[in-house]
Design a protein around this ligand. Structure first.
Ligand SMILES: [Mg+2]
Length: 351
């Protein structure tokens, strides 16, 4: 049996520039990968490389092109060095395998990793991401998100001074119901002393967790911050240091899992299972991907039993997309496509 891999580059503008620790992003560029083989269903996957999290664009393209000419595409791509390329190949294979088994990608992943499909939910809880801005703007955005059904809010911290962060977070905490979970992401901006001060100030506000308060490689620093009233999540640490070291250092209560940075949907569900077994609860987030990888991430989250709110409601950050979005966001949840496979039709690769 011969299988063919088609690679289509894409470029999509963001609805508005997104500031990150590595500068401002104005567009997402990546690749749609389609694997077709004889009479079997074809499968589609997406590589959306993001510097700082995955290989650069050119390395991703090179890895995909060499996979396309290899006898065994999966083995020819190294998830450790080219996770975005590996993600696309693994996703396309998942899409095909799930379609061949006539089940959704979520059911397929759940069965492969946890042994049985069990009761895969029809929707997954998601957080609303509240952008920066003044206290008033932040409170308005937070209450609007809660009014539209979100019960988990994610606030960014670390770009202004600590005092202004604390004032903003406290204002949101006081403006919304105590049942609303609030998580804070500092993207590694603080040093140990600042983080310790932050935790002392934030602990009385009953937060869900504080994500990546310290630089990615400071695992012992994160370990020291645990148990002081605010659970600690790591995100950047996973991409730069790895899970074994995080678990070994007791550095986290929560692990943020980005399938694009981990190297594929199945690898991500397997890592989530490993994390759970180590007492670390997983959260799944996109890397601001187009519709194929975003929907794949929804299946990944749905495959994890009783997953806590995930960072999957990111479609609105893009100006356009590669096809219709099969996932809808309502009442703080995203729907999980229930048809066979991943369930995305792209308009760019209609062959
Ligand atoms: Mg983060």
């Amino acid at each position: 049996m011969t299988s063919q891999i088609h690679i289509d580059p894409y470029s999509i503008r963001l609805a508005s520039p997104l500031s990150t620790a590595r500068g401002s992003i104005t567009q997402r560029r990546g690749f749609l990968v389609q694997i077709a083989a004889d009479s079997e269903p074809s499968g589609i996957g997406e590589a959306a490389p993001l510097p700082g999290w995955t290989e650069p664009y050119d390395a991703c393209e090179q890895a995909l092109r060499s996979a396309a000419s290899a006898d065994d595409p999966k083995r020819s791509v190294d998830p450790a060095t080219t996770p975005a390329a590996a993600h696309a190949i693994e996703s396309a294979r998942l899409d095909r395998a799930a379609a061949a088994a006539d089940r959704s990608a979520a059911e397929h992943l759940r069965t492969e990793v946890f042994g049985s499909a069990g009761d895969v939910a029809g929707s997954v809880p998601v957080n609303a991401t509240i952008g920066g801005g003044s206290i008033d703007e932040t409170v308005r955005a937070a209450t609007a998100a809660v009014d539209s059904g979100f019960s988990c809010l994610k606030l960014k911290a670390g770009s202004d001074g600590l005092d202004s962060d604390i004032d903003r977070i406290r204002a949101v905490r006081e403006a919304v119901s105590p049942t609303v979970d609030i998580r804070i992401d500092a993207n590694g901006a603080w040093d140990r002393e600042t983080a310790a001060r932050a935790i002392d100030a934030l602990a009385p506000l009953t937060l869900e967790y504080l994500e990546q308060p310290l630089p990615a490689d400071d695992l012992s620093g994160h370990a020291e911050l645990r148990g002081r009233g605010v659970p600690i999540a790591v995100d950047e640490s996973l991409a730069s240091v790895g899970f074994a070291e995080i678990a070994e250092a007791d550095a986290a209560d929560v692990l943020v899992c980005k399938p694009m940075a981990i190297g594929g949907p199945r690898r991500t569900v397997a890592l989530a299972a490993r994390a759970r077994a180590a007492g670390i609860d997983p959260v799944v987030t996109t890397t601001i991907d187009a519709v194929v990888a975003r929907t794949t991430a929804v299946h990944v989250a749905a495959a994890i039993p009783d997953v806590r709110p995930c960072g999957l409601a990111t479609a609105s950050l893009l100006e356009t997309d590669l096809g219709p979005d099969p996932v809808t966001v309502a009442d703080g949840r995203v729907t999980v496509p229930s048809g066979a496979g991943i369930g995305v039709e792209t308009t760019e690769t209609n062959r």
